[in-house]
Design a binder for this molecule. Structure first.
Ligand code: GLN
Length: 192
């Protein structure tokens, strides 16, 4: 299984380590041609404004958006979720805009907004959720599946081929969410 990991900025190494542990072949995406032949992509946490600008500058944007719209499985965490969101409540730009949700950036505050809690995420029970200057989701279109909420705020969703999480599963030793993503990629590759 060949997985692309967007590596223009942010916490991509942690995702790579987990995916390699799970037996995936990983390609760091820094230019358009790196997208060739990938069966899934991870959009890591970091700074969404910087990542969004780099997607354009490095000419990755259009091809990546098309691939996601055509069904490429995506696992997006934190800034990655912001890149996918169709609406950003407190920003005047959007980026890939393939996920029909509204996010609020730095929803827990900038400096003191980092914390850890536990919650079920879809069928994964009692998962450690690590939040780092995280967004949360303030609105979803009706066909978006809500995977998890914390204090009644939505922090994880699935929509078709896209999983968007406000927290960082790659910052834990728990690989269950990445395993789930691997199964999504396998199914997509098998045309299921
Ligand atoms: N605060 C960042 C942003 O708005 C996201 C933080 C993260 O990815 N840990 O882009």
């Amino acid at each position: 299984m060949k997985i692309g990991i967007l590596a223009v900025q942010g916490a991509f190494i942690e995702h790579r380590k987990i995916m390699e542990k799970l037996g995936a072949e990983c390609v760091e995406i820094r230019q358009k041609k790196d997208l060739d032949g990938i069966e899934g992509i991870i959009l890591p946490g970091g700074e969404s404004t910087v990542q969004g600008k780099l997607l354009n500058k490095l000419d990755i944007f259009t091809e990546l958006k098309q691939k996601i719209e055509n069904g490429l499985p995506v696992l997006a965490t934190c800034a990655g979720l912001i890149l996918l969101a169709q609406n950003i409540e407190n920003d005047n730009v959007t980026h890939l805009a393939t996920l029909p949700v509204t996010v609020r950036r730095n929803a827990y505050g900038r400096q003191l907004g980092s914390f850890v809690t536990n919650s079920n995420v879809g069928c994964v029970d009692n998962f450690p959720l690590v939040f780092i200057r995280a967004p949360y989701i303030t609105d979803v279109s009706p066909d978006v599946e809500i995977l998890t909420c914390v204090d009644s705020n939505i922090v994880g969703v699935k929509y078709r081929n896209q999983i968007g999480l406000a927290f960082h599963p790659e910052m834990t030793n728990d690989t269950r969410i990445h395993e789930l993503f691997c199964r999504e990629v396998e199914m997509a590759s098998a045309g299921i």
